[in-house]
Ligand binder design. Structure first.
Ligand code: NDP
Length: 309
């Protein structure tokens, strides 16, 4: 006879848009869900749907085997730990698995993992790669890192968040390393896109007219991405098959000039050009764009062409 396991109890700390979406997905999947937030009234709708109010951070951490925290940053998680430890007689926290779905940098995340460890908490880190509205749907994508045993123990419960859950390794900071690199891609792309819309607008091209062409250009970046990644990892930088950095810097120069002519700040593009110029000055003029990843990764900035080598 197949035994049906009833959905495991979970606790969610943090009721911003993401924390609420997480708690909502657990409730929808039938998990008994305890919630806590610094500002209590943000939990009202979830309480009406059957969630239970924890009363305090310590009670929330003590409420069950799996606790999710999703707040603004690692400092806020520390503040929650501090509040729990402020209760009389506490020097350690309840032994529970804490899945931290709060975004922060890899270094800060490792510090938090070490503190959780000292306090007796079993720590798994996660980075959410999708917006709050996607939580509970197939579109969800969450990257996890930390002890694989914790991921395996709770993956069935975490599946209530939907979509794909990918474990990247035992280093608790590894998911944050992916997250920060991907967010850099996302926000520099969005900033570049807004810059292009601004330039187009100054030339009486509405954003909606440019949009289908911009979409095609973004698709080109997506198409080029796997080949560039393979070249970077293999150390192949020849620009003979693609645009050389000499050609890239000339093209960026034309764009900077056009931006100035149109009265739009060229700062975003100028920074990109500075990086390419530094690589060219260091002797990489015949290389492809893949060289930039290797060059910048050596610790060169776009401001020190003299130091580059
Ligand atoms: P916010 O990033 O705005 O975080 C708000 C939450 O943090 C609230 O619960 C707030 O409590 C709490 N908080 C802030 N400071 C403290 C503190 N000192 N002590 C205790 N709690 C504190 O909201 P989101 O829910 O949108 O994001 C949560 C995390 O999820 C962030 O790290 C974000 O980067 C990440 N994320 C969010 C996405 C989204 O679509 N929203 C997408 C992907 C990741 P209070 O209500 O009392 O102010």
């Amino acid at each position: 006879m197949i035994q049906q396991l009833s959905p495991a109890p979970v606790t969610v700390l943090g009721m911003g848009p993401m924390g609420r979406a997480i708690a909502s997905a657990f409730l929808a999947a039938g998990h008994p869900t305890t919630v806590w937030n610094r500002t209590a009234d943000k939990t009202n709708e979830l309480l009406a749907r059957g969630a239970v109010w924890a009363g305090s951070p310590l009670a929330a951490l003590d409420a069950g085997e799996l606790v999710i925290v999703c707040v603004i940053d690692a400092n806020a998680v520390d503040a929650i730990f501090d509040r729990a430890l402020a209760e009389p007689g506490r020097s350690r926290l309840p032994v529970t698995t804490l899945v931290n779905l709060t975004s922060d940098g890899p270094g800060r995340t490792r510090e938090l993992a070490a503190r959780a460890d000292e306090l007796g908490v079993l720590y798994l880190d996660g980075s959410i790669m999708t917006p709050a509205a996607a939580i509970g749907t197939e579109a969800t994508r969450i990257l996890y890192s930390g002890p694989v045993v914790l991921f395996d123990r709770h993956r069935h419960t975490l599946a209530a968040l939907g979509g794909a859950a990918v474990h990247l390794g035992d280093d608790p900071g590894r998911a944050a390393s992916f997250d920060i690199a991907l967010l850099n891609l996302f926000w520099t792309s969005i900033t570049g896109l807004m810059h292009s819309f601004a330039l187009a607008a100054r030339q009486n091209v509405p954003a909606t007219a440019l949009a289908p062409h911009a979409q095609q250009m973004a698709g080109l970046v997506a198409d080029l991405l796997p080949g560039l990644a393979a070249d970077i990892d293999a150390g192949r930088f020849s620009g003979t098959e693609s645009a050389s950095l000499t050609s890239v810097t000339a093209s960026l120069g034309h764009i900077v000039h056009a931006l100035e002519e149109a009265g739009v700040s060229p700062a975003v593009t100028q920074e990109a050009k500075n990086a390419v110029d530094a690589a060219v000055s260091a002797g990489h003029e015949g290389d492809s764009a893949a060289r930039l990843a290797e060059f910048l990764g050596r610790g060169h900035t776009d401001r020190d062409p003299q130091a580059a080598g």
